[in-house]
Ligand binder design. Structure first.
Ligand code: GH3
Ligand code: MG
Ligand code: MG
Length: 330
């Protein structure tokens, strides 16, 4: 464990340094408050600090206050060192954010024991942070495939739509559904079905960029978001994804299983004023057409898929001109 010691007195600093090394700590020494504050702001800063109260530049109390005012960094356990043992000072030190307080001259065994308390607290904190991160991951990811779950991918869609509206860009929205997946389960069993879903997930993810998102929208249905993808780019991208997913049979514990997928796609810029649920309905309508047309194919949302949006929006005039004319032609 790395520990920061901050003391402007070279003799105390050396003494501390020697003791801490003996107890197995890696020591980072600072000889002023400003140096100590810099060390605590560095990447990978020490999480245990022994700070002298009075130092040039910045005193130990000010460092405590600054450390506690930060919100993002890992917790730093701080022990203040001072020659002053008045109760009022102790209270001031703790209220500034110190975790513990040792008066000089300190007894080495007491210092050793108090450092161990610090290590226990840091352990506890690390465990809590890890548990919280695990819970956050579980709340937003699908257990089978580890991709974003339905709630999280819809949130991502809303975020991307907001951004696209602000920037005047477009989000490619894709719904991909495994064809006749029920037959896979019925033929090879549910566990092999699960393996197939994981493999399809992997293939879809491998085909998109790091800032695209793939989420599990339903049982064997995926919602894919492609920021910056307009109508012109959509068609090629959708076909690329379909081909990648179905290219070769999937190797499962029961042997190779061939599956196909159908995809419906839409570029959000086709209806910039539409809400996420309206865009999803139009994309789903395109997917439905791909299914009806024989599966293992892709369809891009067109006017007929968007009639439903025109009704939602109150009038067909809310749709782009190209789409309005195709509605009235029908
Ligand atoms: P279509 O081509 O029309 O999409 O037909 P389909 O059989 O794929 O669609 P359907 O909606 O009839 O069946 C989907 C099946 O997916 C039924 C359901 O049991 C299965 N399923 C949903 N979630 C899971 C899962 O997590 N694991 C497995 N193995 N199967 C799942
Ligand atoms: Mg299906
Ligand atoms: Mg389905």
């Amino acid at each position: 464990m790395r520990i920061l010691i901050a003391d402007d007195d070279p003799v105390s600093c050396r003494l501390l340094d020697r003791l801490l090394h003996k107890w197995g700590y890696d020591v980072i020494a600072a000889h002023s408050g400003t140096e100590a504050w810099e060390a605590l702001q560095a990447e990978n800063a020490p999480r245990l600090a022994l700070l002298d109260w009075i130092m040039p530049g910045m005193d130990g109390l000010e460092i405590c206050r600054r450390v506690r005012a930060r919100s993002s960094q890992s917790y730093v356990y701080i022990i203040l060192l001072t020659a002053n043992d008045k109760v009022g000072n102790l209270v001031e030190g703790l209220e500034s954010g110190a975790d513990d307080y040792l008066t000089k001259p300190f007894h080495p065994q007491e210092m050793k024991a108090r450092l161990r308390v610090g290590l226990r607290m840091l352990d506890l904190e690390s465990n809590l942070v890890e548990a919280r991160e695990n819970l956050q991951f579980k709340a937003s990811h699908d257990a089978l495939t580890s991709i974003l779950n339905r709630g999280a991918i819809i949130e991502a869609l809303e975020r991307e739509l907001d951004r696209a509206r602000r920037e005047g860009s477009s989000v490619g929205i894709l719904l991909a559904d495994v064809d006749h997946f029920k037959i896979v389960n019925d033929t090879w069993g549910h566990l092999v079905g699960d393996e197939v879903l994981r493999a399809v997930t992997g293939r879809l993810k491998a085909e998109v960029r790091s800032y695209d998102s793939v989420g599990r929208y339903g049982g064997e249905e995926f919602l894919i978001l492609l920021p910056g993808c307009d109508r012109a780019k959509l068609e090629a991208k959708v076909e690329q994804l379909r081909k990648a997913a179905v290219r070769t049979p999937i190797e499962t514990s029961a042997g190779p299983v061939s599956v196909t997928i159908s995809i419906g796609g839409m570029a959000s810029a086709e209806c910039p004023q539409c809400e996420s649920n309206q865009l999803l309905r139009a994309t789903d309508a395109a997917l439905y057409r791909a299914k009806v047309a024989g599966r293992n194919r892709t369809e891009i949302a067109r006017a007929s898929d968007m009639e439903v949006l025109a009704a939602d929006l109150g009038a067909a005039s809310a749709l782009p001109e190209t789409l309005q004319s195709s509605i009235s032609d029908k």
